[in-house]
Design a protein around this ligand. Structure first.
Ligand SMILES: CC(C)(COP(=O)(O)OP(=O)(O)OC[C@H]1O[C@@H](n2cnc3c(N)ncnc32)[C@H](O)[C@@H]1OP(=O)(O)O)[C@@H](O)C(=O)NCCC(=O)NCCS
Length: 165
């Protein structure tokens, strides 16, 4: 059975529910030029058998009174962990939460037996590229003009998780 909660590194993570979608959408819209729609998140919550959507808040925010500060969506497709989206509330950035969210998500994937992690990111997204490179991801390919609004290349990245890194 999938692990439902995870706590370490100053962050608590719990599986998202329908009640979280308003706040997820607010963070999403503040974070991306082409935000996911409510329908897309609903599919990850209820219909996609590979989908995992978690929200997170600082561990010192007892009871989550200030609301969660970020979320992560990933797919576990057999041995592959695919990072689908990850965002931290703008006012909570640069405090280590993005790194902790990514680490927790991959730990949940590992608990389900994944051996490699894959993602794609806008070529101009310096913060995310740096975050992923620090986590050990390496660039494997570029998809030219993959994104719209603005048109932009995607950088494909991969991390070997088989060694228990
Ligand atoms: C990318 C994002 C999730 C990072 O979250 P965060 O909580 O600010 O990141 P952290 O504080 O954990 O930083 C971890 C590392 O990421 C890198 N990083 C984060 N923000 C950065 C920035 N603005 N510029 C450069 N590097 C940055 C740094 O290497 C940082 O390590 P350091 O603090 O030791 O230098 C956040 O900026 C965000 O939500 N962006 C909008 C959504 C997005 O782009 N998601 C990724 C889609 S692929």
């Amino acid at each position: 059975m999938a692990v439902e909660t995870s706590q370490a590194g100053g962050l608590s993570m719990v599986r998202a529910t329908e009640q979280d979608l308003d706040r997820i959408l607010r963070i999403e819209q503040a974070s991306f030029s082409v935000p996911w729609t409510r329908k897309m998140f609903e599919v990850e919550l209820g219909q996609n058998p590979f989908g995992h959507l978690y929200v997170a808040w600082p561990s010192d925010d007892e009871g989550g009174t200030s609301g969660f500060i970020g979320y992560v969506c990933f797919w576990v497709v057999f041995e592959e962990f695919r990072l689908m989206t990850l965002a931290v509330e703008p006012s909570a950035r640069r405090s280590g939460f993005g790194r902790a969210l990514l680490r927790h998500a991959m730990a949940l994937g590992r608990a389900q037996g994944v051996t490699r992690a894959l993602l794609e990111v806008r070529a101009s997204n310096a913060a995310a590229l740096r975050l992923y490179e620090q986590a050990g991801f390496r660039r494997t390919a570029v998809r030219t003009r993959y994104y719209a609004h603005p048109t932009e290349d995607a950088v494909l990245m991969e991390l070997d998780l088989s060694s228990g890194r």
